[in-house]
Ligand binder design. Structure first.
Ligand code: DGL
Length: 246
């Protein structure tokens, strides 16, 4: 790996809106770092696509980020992290951080994720509880991100076994439904992406890549429709573009 400029931003990408919750958490944890976000709303969802197609879309996302210059890349998508991490790492040529649901041997844990994540070797090897996958939920969230309360979750919650003690959200899009799932099931619900900030911290430390800037910023790249990410991010963070709270 050639020498990397530590003041470059960190690239974050996902199939669409899902990775924005990861981005939000990273900006809070690393206030001195700058971030560039690419959300592939046009090609979302990724959860049912072939590996060949996902490889093509990953290269497209990396190209958008690399064109701006990034010192590290966060794959804010479980589907790509569980299926294509090695491929993306090889192509990125900078440190790559994946988003993975936590490993669990507890049979009472229930993982909710996309079809590709459910079928991945990672989940088959490291998750011993119940795995529920949905072909349509990420798409539904992507299309109704401003009216999430209207999304029907009964088909999913009705499949959760009575013995379940904990629900793990193994898709970053599902974060936006966490409170609703909690209320509907009365169970502990956790985001699978909560370890990403620590992994990023370790990688930045290992490669001596902490920024020397005082304050970081966030920019969005991609085609015009991806400016949606910018709008939704401001809603998530309750701040307008100038950083003013509302
Ligand atoms: N948000 C992504 C994930 O964590 C992708 C969902 C999708 O596009 O199907 O898996």
């Amino acid at each position: 790996m050639k020498k990397i400029d530590k003041n470059l931003p960190i690239g974050v990408f996902d199939s669409g809106f899902g990775g924005l919750c990861v981005l939000k958490e990273l900006t809070e944890f690393f206030p001195s770092e700058s971030f560039i976000y690419f959300g592939d709303n046009q090609n979302a969802p990724y959860g049912n696509k072939s590996k060949k197609e996902l490889k093509r879309l990953s290269i497209n996302a990396l190209n958008h980020l690399k064109a701006k210059g990034v010192k590290a890349v966060v794959i804010a998508c479980n589907t790509l992290s569980t299926n294509l991490y090695k491929y993306i790492k090889e192509k990125a040529r900078v440190p790559v951080i994946k988003t993975l649901p936590p490993k669990s041997k507890d049979k009472r844990d229930c993982l909710i994720c996309t079809v590709n994540t459910a079928n991945s070797k990672y989940v088959k090897r490291h998750f011993k509880g119940i795995v529920l996958s949905s072909e349509s939920l990420a798409k539904n969230i992507e299309e109704n991100v401003f009216s999430l309360d209207g999304i029907d979750l009964s088909y999913l919650t009705s499949q959760i076994p009575l013995t379940t003690k904990r629900i793990i959200l193994g898709c970053t899009h599902y974060h936006y439904l966490l409170d609703r799932i909690k209320k509907l099931t009365n169970l502990l619900v956790i985001d699978g992406y909560c370890g990403v900030k620590f992994t990023l911290y370790k990688k930045l430390k290992k490669h001596k890549l902490f920024s020397l800037q005082k304050n970081g910023n966030v920019t969005f790249v991609g085609e015009s429709s991806q400016l949606n990410s910018k709008v939704y991010y401001s809603v998530l963070c309750k701040k307008d573009e100038s950083g003013q709270e509302f």
